[in-house]
Design a protein around this ligand. Structure first.
Ligand code: UD1
Ligand code: CA
Length: 467
């Protein structure tokens, strides 16, 4: 009687990923769609609600283990001291749970496109077949590099690694995906019989298939509906390809939920981004992290939003925003840089060549052109004239600036912090405002103009009549 509980999922993530050629990042920590490959795999695995979720780590184990703790604190890292092959990795994991019975699913840490849905289908096949081993296979147009599935009379007899395969076997297009469901006890038995008698001198997990078959156990196969979903990422060409496939999947999900994406090929949306219906995204836009965009907002073209909230009906054109909150109906861009802590009120505006950091801009207030605003609180319905600069840094410390409601800050004003401009006040264009301006007052902080009559005729007589 097959035990139908999902006792454990084992994620293989101990390899260095030599083919990535990275001096800093172990393979499974490379990202697509705003999440590490390991993160994608662990999330799909967690979806199956296994009793144990084990991740085999080895190469850069501190880095991978710390990352895992952030991803899924309940997952358990198991150290494989030496990377002696995929079979050895699973054996090391099972050794930590000697009494384990039931079903064990194995997934490679480098298959980021794998879905929980496909894993559930694999489990269903496994349970119906009451198999010792059920492998997930895929038919690929180019199976180069993958283990090939050798069938005899229709049923799976063995998996032969590409490096161990002759021309006839290399011609097989059905490949092993490194995703399996096993009966725990029968897996344990087979793992003890693995040898290193192969091209890579490793203990191959794939050899469990032939061992079970020879022992008269049932070996079943589940052919993945989507071959691309099972792709393994071994180098950065494949990383980019997986990134594109994930992008297409994520964009299509949003499109089906009512988001207009004008050009999916140039629109990159991280997997945790939330978009409401009737959002429009123009070409060349990237939405990262925890970005959330409400109904009717228009993003792009050429806009990058990271961890940014965009309110209903707002518009963000050709801008770069990080950690900002953009209010309902607000207008941002083109060429605007919103940095962390920026909060734009309802129907406010941050226009061309404006940079804002750690500041609030109240409802209907405008910073339309060429300004820097840092550490400031601006009230409602105020207008910040072109080229106004909030001078928030004295070279050592940052200081705050307050601008009240209904204020008119003249063009090219320097607001030297700490300073307050009261409700309804004005500043004269070109002022350097170092003292507070009371409500309703005009602050003037500039030299008075004087005209020197006849100066040109006296000093530059030859300029007379020249354009
Ligand atoms: C593996 C399979 C191959 C399959 C392919 C699918 C074997 C022998 N080969 O080949 O049949 O077609 O995946 O993508 O299983 N790992 C460890 N410890 C080790 C060795 C590897 O944890 O000692 C991990 C790696 O980090 C990786 C995964 O196992 O996440 C697969 O290893 P990799 O070297 O990428 O195997 P492939 O050559 O792709
Ligand atoms: Ca691989």
């Amino acid at each position: 009687m097959t035990d139908a509980r999902l006792a454990a999922v084992v994620v293989l993530a101990a390899g260095e990923g030599t083919r990535m050629r990275s001096a800093t990042t172990p393979k499974v920590l490379h990202e697509i769609g705003g999440r590490s490959m390991l993160g994608h795999v662990v999330r799909a695995a967690r979806h199956l609600a296994p009793e144990h979720l084990l991740v085999v780590v080895g190469h850069a184990r501190e880095q991978v283990t710390a990352h895992l703790a952030g991803l899924d604190p309940a997952a358990q890292a198991v150290v494989q001291e030496q990377q002696q092959g995929t079979g050895h990795a699973v054996r090391v994991a099972l050794d930590t749970l000697p009494a384990l019975t039931g079903t064990v699913v194995v997934v490679p840490g480098d298959a980021p496109l794998l879905t929980a849905q496909t894993l559930s289908e694999l489990l269903a096949t496994h349970h119906v077949a009451r198999a010792a081993t059920t492998l997930l296979t895929a038919e690929l147009p180019d199976p180069t590099g993958y283990g090939r599935v050798v069938r005899e009379g229709g049923s799976v007899a063995a998996v032969v690694e590409h490096k161990d395969a002759d021309a006839a076997i290399r011609a097989i297009r059905e490949v092993a995906t490194s995703v399996y469901a096993f009966d725990a006890e029968q897996l344990r038995t087979a793992l003890q019989q693995l040898t290193t008698d192969n091209a890579q001198g490793e203990q191959y997990l794939t050899d469990v298939v032939a061992l079970h078959r020879k022992a008269g156990r049932t070996v079943a196969a589940h052919i993945a509906e989507s071959a691309t979903e099972t792709m393994g990422v071994n180098d950065r060409v494949q990383l980019a390809e997986a990134g594109r496939l994930l992008r297409d999947r994520v964009v299509a999900q949003h499109q089906r939920a009512g988001v207009t994406v004008v050009d999916p090929a140039t629109t990159w949306i991280d997997i945790d981004v939330r978009l409401e219906p009737d959002v429009t995204i123009h070409p060349g836009s990237q939405l990262h992290g925890t970005t959330a965009v409400r109904a009717g907002a228009v993003i792009g073209p050429d806009t990058t939003l990271t961890d940014t909230e965009v309110g209903e009906q707002a518009s963000v054109v050709k801008s770069h925003c990080v950690g900002a909150v953009i209010g309902t109906g607000a207008d941002v861009g083109p060429y605007t840089y919103l940095r962390p802590g920026t909060r734009l009120g309802e129907k406010s505006k941050a226009g061309a060549f404006v940079e804002i950091k750690a500041s609030q801009v109240g409802a209907r207030s405008k910073v339309p052109h060429l300004s820097y605003v840092g550490d400031a609180v601006i009230g409602e319905r105020s207008n910040i004239g072109a080229a106004t600069i909030v001078v928030n840094y004295d070279g050592r410390d940052k200081h705050g600036t307050t601008v009240g409601d209904d204020v008119r800050v003249g063009s090219d004003t320097m607001l030297v912090a700490p300073v307050t401009v009261g409700d309804g006040a004005y500043t004269a264009a070109g002022s350097v405002i170092t003292d507070d301006v009371p409500p309703g007052a005009l602050g003037v902080g500039r030299a008075r103009q004087r005209n020197i009559e006849g100066w040109v005729a006296r000093k530059r007589p030859t300029d007379q009549g020249q354009p």
